[in-house]
Ligand binder design. Structure first.
Ligand SMILES: Nc1nc2c(ncn2[C@@H]2O[C@H](COP(=O)(O)OP(=O)(O)OP(=O)(O)O)[C@@H](O)[C@H]2O)c(=O)[nH]1
Ligand SMILES: [Mg+2]
Length: 467
């Protein structure tokens, strides 16, 4: 089956590369405010799961159409010979630097590509465009014209009339903001222009619809994971007896917050990957986590821990107090365990069973084995009990998903995530979400609740494009 290929051509700086980026879903296509940014023709395949559905060829801007057309007219005997004459022009001018850009644009067309001719709907129509349109018509290839309203639609009507003389199909297509439905519609249009492409393009549209649905499902699953994890997330840290708790509280809170911020960022990256955006810069307000009342303090005891846990505890004690108990690590495997053995043996007679452990716990906490306290406090922070917190996370995630999924690959502006989110929740949805969050927080029917949450989120992540 032939892969449909479209050469995107037009004057410099009309948004040709932008259209290629949008239709090939490729944010690596070079787009620049300066005219003449594309120097060589380059092909960009649109791939889904490794299969190329169609290809876009980006080309440099046409600037010497008048003189090309003069040559064509001078070398052509009748209308039937026009496509051959265009070929002959190419053959004669390969390597001619004066016609470098024109040859770059014509080569893929002569090789069988369809034509997407691009103009700017915010600039007036002029007869001087007619030479290039005429050349494209001479090529005999299927074509359509797109009016890209770069800075507005002031001249769209004029353009529609002018282009209509040369192209059977003319559409307004905003290279930076075209919705996916609009993109798919273009493919369908092309399918009508060339019978050979009808089947592959219908297939492309159907695969892209399905893919869109899969993207929404993937995104809702990532967002659900984020929220469920964040609701249940907590951090803890053992603090040896005699050490102040306050600095550890601060550290724990920082660690808690940093983890959630990182976790949210990871979710965003995954969603962006799903939608094939690999170069986004975001402007994002930081996630506010301001619950300072979530500290728990419990006692912990070295002798109640297994050997590995003991080593881990000694190590985390080292992590908290730094240099002060650095020696703990050195002696942990030998001295500490040995000493602990003595301690347990000594105390064992008096302390038996869990009740005993509680009773004597405080005392044991004071005992030091080779300079290391055998007990202390286990500080923990979280899980969050804030009713609002999961709503905040969800709102932020949905806003991000909506902006990323509706963004074209030509749009290189900073992704603005600072706008308010979740304005479209109904009261009923809000209530149901509150109940789901509460159940997840309290581990009631976690599997079912997660699935329901994922379904609700999918409802917001999807659009009418997906199959
Ligand atoms: N706002 C807006 N800007 C656009 C649109 N299309 C193109 N631009 C801008 O116009 C400039 C040129 O866009 P390109 O896509 O590089 O145009 P081109 O036709 O490939 O230009 P050359 O390769 O230089 O011929 C860039 O600054 C784009 O960001 C659009 O639909 N909306
Ligand atoms: Mg370009």
């Amino acid at each position: 089956m032939t892969i449909p290929t479209f050469a995107v051509v037009g004057r410099p700086n009309k948004g040709k590369s932008s259209i290629v980026a949008t239709l090939a879903r490729d944010d690596a296509v070079y787009i620049d405010a300066r005219a003449g940014s594309t120097r060589e023709a380059q092909s960009y395949p649109m791939q889904v799961d490794g299969e190329t559905l169609y290809e876009l060829v980006d080309t440099p801007g046409l600037q010497r159409a008048r003189s090309v057309l003069d040559w064509l007219v001078a070398h052509c005997s009748d209308a039937a010979a026009r496509p051959e004459t265009v070929k002959a022009f190419l053959a004669q001018h390969e390597g001619d630097s004066r016609y470098h850009d024109e040859c770059q644009a014509l080569r893929p067309i002569v090789a069988g590509a369809g034509i997407i001719y691009v103009v700017d709907g915010s600039c007036p129509y002029g007869a001087d465009y007619e030479a290039e349109m005429e050349i494209l018509r001479w090529s005999g290839r299927p074509s359509l014209a797109l009016i890209n309203p770069i800075e507005g639609e002031s001249f769209v009507a004029e353009w529609t009339a002018g282009l209509g003389q040369f192209f059977r199909t003319v559409r307004v297509f905003d290279a930076h903001r075209a919705e996916v439905t609009k993109q798919l519609e273009l493919l369908e249009l092309f399918g009508h222009l060339d019978p050979d492409w009808r089947a592959p393009l219908e297939r492309a549209v159907s695969i892209l619809r399905q893919d869109r649905q899969l993207q929404a499902e993937g995104a809702s699953s990532y967002i659900t994971d984020l929220i469920v994890e964040a609701i249940n997330y907590s951090v803890e840290q053992a603090v040896p007896e005699g050490l102040p708790l306050e600095p550890v509280q601060k550290l724990l809170f920082e660690r808690y917050k940093a983890h959630l911020v990182k976790r949210e960022r990871r979710c965003r990256q995954r969603v962006e990957e799903l939608y094939h955006h690999s170069n986004l810069t975001r402007s994002e307000g930081s996630l506010v986590v301001d619950e300072s009342d979530l500290f728990n303090i419990e006692k912990w005891y070295l002798w109640g821990l297994g050997k590995n846990a003991l080593l881990a505890a000694a190590a985390s004690a080292g992590a908290v107090v730094g240099g002060t108990t650095g020696m703990a690590l050195d002696v942990a495997s030998g001295g500490l365990l040995g000493g602990l053995g003595t301690l347990v043996a000594g105390a064992g007679g008096a302390v038996s069973g869990a009740l005993g452990a509680r009773k004597y716990a405080d005392k044991i906490g004071q005992v030091k084995v080779k300079g290391i306290p055998t007990g202390g406090n286990m500080l923990s922070y979280g899980p969050s009990r804030s009713i609002n917190f999961p709503f905040v996370l969800l709102g932020r995630a949905l806003l991000h998903q909506r902006l990323v999924s509706s963004r074209t690959h030509a749009d290189r502006a900073v992704l603005d995530l600072t706008q308010p989110a979740l304005e479209r929740l109904t009261d009923k949805e809000r209530k149901r979400l509150a109940k789901l969050f509460d159940d997840i927080r309290n581990d009631r029917k976690p599997g079912e609740r997660r699935a329901e949450l994922a379904r609700m989120i999918l409802g917001w992540c999807g659009d009418d494009v997906g199959a």
